[in-house]
Design a protein. Structure first.
Length: 188
């Protein structure tokens, strides 16, 4: 998948990977991880286009975008498969503003909130915001179920192998617990 300003793990020219951890935000910026998911209306296209939308998000910079993954739906039987990915952003937006901005992107993609776990053209979830723990009615970060979902952990670890989930420890340590969830990395 090609996000316009996503570097896909490559250090910027003139820098060495050893010298700079590219995920470390500059002063006044924050590192946020966002999960992308779709299972309606050509989900491959929806997630690709959502990646492009994240590359132009207000006051933010798309750093990395994972591969696309195909996963079986969780929660309700008989739904189409999902396409999932995870993005890493540097943002100047505070957490709730970032969430509102993500919801605005969802709406642009025709998201209808019919019922919890209903099929969707695009779902954007805020997974992590720096190492903050936020527990408000509208926003819970870390996303409360992220460590239980292969479709989050696998793409997250692809772009941030050392990722820590506040309160839960290393994201990689949760992988065995989701080993039975079917997930397929797409190579297109
Ligand atoms: P889900 O993503 O769990 O299938 P929705 O996308 O419909 O469900 O989100 C339901 C509600 O979850 C939203 O109203 C939103 O305010 C809330 N929410 C709480 N924490 C988060 C988060 N970290 N990311 C996205 N939405 C969140
Ligand atoms: Mg959501």
């Amino acid at each position: 998948m090609s996000g316009r300003s996503a570097d896909r793990h490559q250090p910027a020219s003139g820098e060495t990977a050893a010298a700079i951890d590219l995920l470390t935000p500059p002063p006044d910026r924050h590192l946020a991880f966002v999960a992308l998911g779709a299972n309606l209306d050509d989900p491959l296209h929806q997630v690709r286009a959502a990646g492009d939308a994240l590359a132009t998000l207000a006051d933010s910079r798309l750093l990395r975008l994972s591969s696309l993954y195909r996963t079986a739906p969780v929660g309700i039987r008989g739904q189409p498969d999902f396409i999932n990915a995870v993005a890493a952003l540097h943002t100047g937006l505070p957490p709730l503003s970032l969430l509102e901005t993500l919801f605005a992107v969802e709406r642009r993609f025709g998201r209808r909130r019919e019922f919890h776990h209903s099929p969707r053209t695009l779902d954007l979830d805020l997974l992590l915001y720096d190492q903050q723990i936020i527990d408000s009615p509208r926003l819970r970060v870390p996303h409360p179920r992220m460590h239980l979902r292969a479709f989050v952990l696998v793409p997250l670890l692809e772009i941030a192998p050392g990722c820590l989930i506040p309160g839960r420890g290393s994201a990689a340590a949760w992988l065995p617990a989701v080993g039975r969830q079917h997930i397929q990395r797409l190579t297109l």
